[in-house]
Write a protein that binds this ligand. Structure first.
Ligand code: 5GP
Length: 120
């Protein structure tokens, strides 16, 4: 079944290097690049290169556990690489209420300033 959220996203073009992005980490499974509209001094998006149905976290199945773990581990690696030694925040927006705009699962790695809580 094809729904709008199953359609290819801008992240496919970023993965395929059809549109430019500032890549900060890449391996065979994961890509991390700077957000085009940063909300903090460091704002990086971490995505799986193959979406495999993971339009958002709410679509996660047992088979996605490995890639979900790898995304989080990549966040830690990139945080270190970015020098976020005083801490950072990971955000996953999901669906309408979560404010998700790109339907290819992604972690936001945000840092370089003091974060507020609650986050809205
Ligand atoms: P969401 O709102 O779905 O959680 O996050 C999508 C993020 O993708 C937003 O923070 C937005 O700024 C970022 N974004 C959207 N289009 C592009 C793009 O073409 N390039 C980059 N680098 N980031 C993008």
């Amino acid at each position: 079944v094809s729904t709008p959220s199953d359609a290819p996203t801008i992240f496919d073009q970023i993965i395929n290097k059809e549109i430019p992005s500032t890549v900060v980490y890449e391996d065979d499974k994961v890509l991390a690049f700077r957000d085009i509209a940063p909300q903090a001094p460091t704002h990086i998006l971490i995505i799986p290169k193959v979406r495999d149905g993971l339009t958002g976290l709410s679509k996660a199945e047992e088979r996605h556990c490995e890639i979900l773990g790898r995304l989080l581990h990549t966040a830690k690696l990139v945080a270190k690489q970015e020098g976020l030694d005083d801490g950072f925040r990971i955000v996953i927006n999901d669906g309408l209420d979560g404010g998700q705009t790109v339907f290819h699962i992604h972690l936001h790695l945000i840092g370089g300033r003091q974060m507020g809580w609650p986050p809205f």
